[in-house]
Design a protein around this ligand. Structure first.
Ligand SMILES: *Cc1c(COP(=O)(O)O)cnc(C)c1O
Length: 409
């Protein structure tokens, strides 16, 4: 690590280099060439699995917790290979692939919580996770309390009740990029007999959840693993047999699985993730530092920069950064002027989601919902997803947009 307080290029890209071999070699256990095989597993599309005898069928169906081929809803060979590779990346023992990142967030809540239980959610949590807790879980008699993402241990302890069963974290936070103190949250959850579930979508590969005390790690694979903006898919990983049995039972009861073609595309995306992310993290840091020096910008919310809330947690716990960060404009620049700037950009698509090969911009003003702390003031702010374009082209486009802003003010 550098001695700078801000991240260096090596700081942001080392985690991906560490992962490169696993991403290429993992999830290919069926590819041991005996008589000549293609490199990649073929896609097996299927609902029904055929067996030679009833006895063979019964033997195969006995353990629905493992990767036996039983029925299409319990997964396909490609899904199972993808699950093995994800367990390796996350440092867990078992992974359940589900049909979306949102399902990856909601399925553990349904697996580990019941009527009368209490849940803690960070105020910075992904919006649809918040809506699920406030509507579905509330209807089922599961209460949610929101906590400030950078709350101290005493502040968290004060929110814990006897019926608190689960503490949810998302680090860095959606739109506002607070990097949470996961080891502290883990200790605090565990002393209360609760589980810590982490949305690790931003940190895939550079944050090892189980080393830091997380019990369940969820991801929107839709983002970097898929990498090409063409599939919606999610994953839930654990490192404990008991948790796995509960999670797997819930996933089966909910009918959670993902289509074989989507699993195949995700596995293919993962093969190149280390090189994509090494490039994207470097471009993102370069642009973040360049933006920080611009007069139109008041603050850059990039976990590797000191300005980012929880930067010290990033320095301590992360092995790199990814390519998504936030930008706040000077207070005298209006939201309308920022919106005109966003519309004027040529290289940045306007759209939700991130993690693909292409750069995106999304205004975050007005999208931030807070109940545990004051909502941020309505300053002009946006989120950038940095893709694989030449960084100089991205910089030139942003420079044009920012220069246009000064005129519009
Ligand atoms: C995108 C996202 C999700 C949801 O993923 P989908 O695949 O779009 O359902 C969940 N959590 C975070 C942090 C995300 O960015």
């Amino acid at each position: 690590m550098s001695t700078n307080s801000d991240g260096t290029l090596d700081d942001v890209s080392q985690g991906w280099a560490r992962l490169a071999s696993t991403l290429v070699q993992g999830g290919r256990s069926k590819r041991i060439p005996e008589s000549g095989e293609f490199v990649n597993l073929p896609v097996a599309r299927g609902s029904t699995v055929l067996f030679p005898t009833l006895e063979a069928m019964a033997a195969n169906g006995r353990n629905s917790h493992d990767h036996a081929l039983v029925y299409g809803a319990m997964g396909s060979p490609v899904q199972h290979e993808l699950e093995k590779l994800l367990s390796d990346i996350e440092g867990g023992t078992h992974t359940q692939v589900v049909n979306s990142g949102l399902s990856a967030c909601t399925t553990p809540l349904l697996a580990f919580l019941g009527s009368g239980d209490h849940l803690l959610l960070p105020d910075s949590v992904y919006g649809p996770t918040r809506r699920f807790a406030n509507t579905m879980l509330a209807r089922m008699g599961i209460a949610t309390t929101y906590y400030a993402p950078l709350a101290t241990q005493d502040e968290i302890r004060a929110l814990i009740r006897p019926e608190t069963k689960l503490l949810f974290a998302e680090s860095p936070g959606s739109h506002t990029f607070e990097v949470q103190d996961i080891p502290m949250l883990s200790r605090t959850a565990h002393e209360a007999g609760a589980l810590l579930v982490l949305d690790n979508t931003w940190g895939i590969g550079v944050f090892q959840p189980f080393e830091h005390g997380v019990d369940v790690s969820v991801q929107a694979l839709t983002k970097y693993p898929v990498g090409h903006s063409d599939v919606i898919i999610g994953s839930i990983t654990v490192a404990d047999e008991g948790l796995w049995k509960k999670l797997r039972d819930a996933a089966i009861q909910l009918g959670q699985c993902a289509g074989p073609d989507d699993c195949w595309l995700t596995l293919r995306g993962l093969r190149t993730m280390a090189v994509r992310l090494a490039h994207q993290s470097r471009s993102a840091l370069e642009l973040a530092q360049w933006l920080k020096a611009r007069s139109e910008v008041s603050r850059v919310l990039h976990p590797a920069l000191e300005d980012c809330p929880g930067h010290e947690n990033w320095k301590r716990d992360f092995r790199g950064a990814s390519g998504l960060f936030g930008v706040q404009l000077r207070a005298d620049i209006s939201v309308a002027a920022m919106e005109r700037m966003v519309d004027s950009l040529k290289m940045f698509g306007i759209g939700a989601s991130w993690g693909g090969y292409e750069s995106l911009i999304l205004p975050t003003t007005g999208r931030i919902n807070r109940t545990a702390q004051d909502a941020p003031s309505e300053i002009a702010a946006f989120r950038l997803q940095i893709g694989l374009e030449a960084v100089d082209d991205l910089k030139a486009d942003l420079a044009n947009g920012l220069e246009g802003l000064e005129i519009a003010v």
